[in-house]
Write a protein of this length. Structure first.
Length: 251
């Protein structure tokens, strides 16, 4: 099989997944967008968290041209991204009980805020505990996960539950267990993960929905513009000044 044919198969698989989440998650995307709009209009703050490669989806909605200025990244040292050494440390920290509690205790999250938690498997202690504790604080939680893991794997949290069990809204990425879309007889392991593509698309759909919901209520969505277009910096400066008490990535 040619390399180009494999590339085409991956594109087809990713497009198929995007079509599935578009068609099967429409109500959940609308609910998540409405929840974000509610939070913005009621004076709450917005946060996003993901561990390892799941953090890419979270980073994609923070300080992003065309995105909501109020979305902040909730960071856990050693977990967000794969820039730590060794990179396997992040995976190990996801399984540590009590870490989420310590993070939330030191974070600016408070009742009335909203937290997006991204975890493909949703089975590790960190995302499960973070969702549980955030809701106990009065924080609304949107979870982005593959629901399939809950029926095909065991939970690594002491409660035996998954991220999906502790959310106000769940966005199911429809990613198969293992996150690899392609196989080939000559290659022993499955390959070509699509979770980042689908997760980012889901979240951008939610942000678009939230912007539309705010506009429908007569509220100007606090959106950022690209700094590489004329007037972009001036626009962003105005938005950041107006909402400065709810933006934490400038401090």
């Amino acid at each position: 099989m040619s390399d180009s044919k494999l590339a085409g198969q991956f594109f087809d698989a990713a497009i198929g997944l995007l079509q599935r989440v578009r068609d099967e998650c429409a109500e959940d995307v609308e609910a998540a967008g409405a929840l974000i709009a509610d939070t913005v209009t009621e004076g709450g703050r917005l946060f996003a968290f993901g561990a390892g490669h799941s953090s890419l989806g979270a980073q994609d909605v923070v300080y992003r041209a065309g995105g909501l200025a109020l979305m902040n990244l909730l960071t856990v040292p050693g977990v967000v991204g794969v820039d730590v050494m060794p990179a396997t440390l992040g995976s190990a920290l996801e399984r540590v009980d009590g870490l989420a509690s310590a993070v939330l205790d030191c974070s600016p999250l408070r009742a009335g805020d909203l937290l997006v938690i991204i975890s493909l498997s949703g089975r590790n202690a960190l995302p499960v505990e973070m969702a549980m504790n955030a809701r106990a604080l009065g924080v609304k939680v949107i979870g982005v996960t593959s629901v399939a893991y809950a029926s095909e794997t065991t939970s690594r949290h002491v409660s035996g539950t998954y991220l999906k069990d502790h959310c106000d809204v769940v966005l199911d990425s429809k990613i198969a267990v293992g996150d690899a879309e392609l196989t080939l007889d000559a290659i022993e392991a499955p390959f070509a993960p699509a979770s980042t593509v689908v997760t980012s698309a889901l979240l951008q759909a939610v942000m678009a929905t939230a912007a539309g919901a705010l506009a429908g209520r007569g509220v100007e969505p606090p959106l950022l513009r690209s700094g590489n277009v004329d007037g972009g910096h001036e626009w962003n400066r105005r938005v950041m000044t107006e909402y400065g008490d709810r933006i934490f990535y400038r401090r």
